[in-house]
Design a protein around this ligand. Sequence first.
Ligand code: FEO
Length: 396
Amino acid sequence: MLQVRLSGDIWFMGFNDRRTHLFENIWPIPHGISYNSYLIIDEKIALIDTVERQFIDDYLDHIASLIGDRQVDYLVINHMEPDHSGALKALITKYPGVTLVGNKKTFQLVESYYLKPEKVVEVYDDDTLELGRNKLQFRTIPMVHWPETMVSYEVNSGILFAGDAFGSYGTLDGGIFDDEINLDFYEVEVMRYFTNIVGKYCAHTQRAIKKLADLEIRMIAATHGPVWRTDLNWVLSRYNKWSSYDMENGVVIVYGSMYGNTQKMAEVVARRLAERGIKNIRVYDASKTHASYIINDIFKYRGFIVGSCAYNNAIFPNVGTLLTTIEHMGVKNHLLGIFGNYSWNGGGVKSLAEFAEKMKWEQVYAPVEEKGALKVDTREELLRLADAMADKLASN
Ligand code: FEO
């Protein structure tokens, strides 16, 4: 538990989860994650979001250690996903006078997940809540990351309580502010949080960035990861770049291979791309690297070349999982190449072609397919595929 004062009346309460292996039971979090809640102690006492349910007891104890016998007057719900609403029922049980602050969609979710709340304040864009010295102003940012999601802005301190937006995987290992930590560690984890959780909603993220542009934000307090108070542009510029598909020239090559033949095809393509001067080339074995990491590089680089062996006359399952993830996220604006290998009747390349059709990305060259070991003619075709990708990237 980290309990740190952000400004006069405003406290950060963060809980490090070092035990969970998969966030949302999908995404690996080898470096853990923090759940951040915020407490404003003024003439009125307000909490902003709660924490994941495994921390309920500690959470309630820490609130009590800060407010003593006083009651919590408001619980502001920026986001209802259970990693932030997990302590909601326990909080209402302990502080039955608490009023929930949210929007229409928030309360529909409160009711479907937990209970019908008795005391609520329904807010709309730019409504405010006076706490005494502090005043919260609200704005919805739908789909960053759920339909009800909103932010709360404390007008005097300039603190933006941002929910999932600008959050990160990775625990807070002592330092909580951006100037207290080495941001190199969070480079991958901030991006993975964005691509894995928010990446499907790039257009909504762009709208949110524009909607918040007029606020004089001096600190960004997200529900996961560091609090940004010194170099806000570090995280703001990255969110803007990623959510606008502002990609670099580079190629991600992903393959699924049982006996090594499809891998050899990937190596040929990678080498040719390097010979053509492309420095950003990342080659992944879909069976070894989780989609959570590969998707980061797919958001970084415009080129994507995917290869699959045939597995029982179908796509190699681990390649299929990655493609389903890409399709689910609705990733846009890529250049695509496909290749594959088979032993009897094929199936891998056929499925890749169906993926190409669905995604409507520009396919830079015809599919290249080999039967068994790589032969000279097919190798030449792979070189042409790599050349076509290099040419397209150069013309972009
Ligand atoms: Fe951290 Fe969308 O919950």
